[in-house]
Design a protein around this ligand. Sequence first.
Ligand code: ATR
Length: 271
Amino acid sequence: APLAGVIGWPIAHSRSPILHGYWLKRYSIDGHYIPMPVLPENLAETLRALPRLGFVGVNVTIPHKEAVLTLADVVTDRAALIGAANTLIFRPDGKIHADNTDGYGFIANLRHSIPEWNPDQGPAAVIGAGGAARAVVASLLDSGVAELRISNRTRVRSEQIRAEFGARVIVYDWAQAGNMLENATTVVNATSLGMQGKQPLRIPLDALSADALVTDLVYTPLVTPFLAEAQIRGCRTVDGLGMLLHQAAPGFERWFGQRPAIDDETRRVLL
Ligand code: ATR
């Protein structure tokens, strides 16, 4: 039976084993998906050992998403651009293939949730410039967004993104984050603000148009204070749980040979 899993430290909170376990059962696949706590100092040794133990690949989470790039034999362009990988494939020839499906998951979730959404209808506004934001920026630019505005508490991180991703990226100061919402048609919270136990994201929404699609990468709670405010202003909103489901599908398909369904039943498994 093929083995896959997720490596991280800590790993107990990962929802990936529940999701992949559900899909394995749903498709009657004789395989296993195992959560594995791996300390940073054991990462290289672990990646050498897993293929020999029958693993066909793994998901990678904090704190290993960046480090695995230097240990992989083949790194996809998007993983290199984002600077992190979340999906590894152990190929039959022994080579480790590293990819990042977060940006794909982000776009697939929006397209799936709002079929008429079109990334090139107008400017996109991204709040945050961490690892998750980099995947969002890469995928939005890849989908044809002509102007991508970004604002982050630590300004140099957004300037770094502009330096790497090019002139379609426009940096806004954190104190003026509300200004970038003016005529934006896609608005994304890619910070961790609004998560259970953290403070909410507080930026002025006066410039937000009711035509904008507003989404949040935070999915606990499903409706963050930011999404709730956007709904009051008449915006369509998309929660972050779908991104988690969609980013997982390509790995599952490559490891187990079956494209998994993402439907309401799948969502319920993670709620
Ligand atoms: P991830 O990989 O999940 O994106 P990260 O790289 O730590 O995690 O990024 C977290 C994001 O949330 C960053 O944009 C961070 O802003 P900084 O770059 O200034 O740290 C943002 N963030 C977290 N807590 C915040 C807070 N209290 N106020 C504003 N932004 C915050």
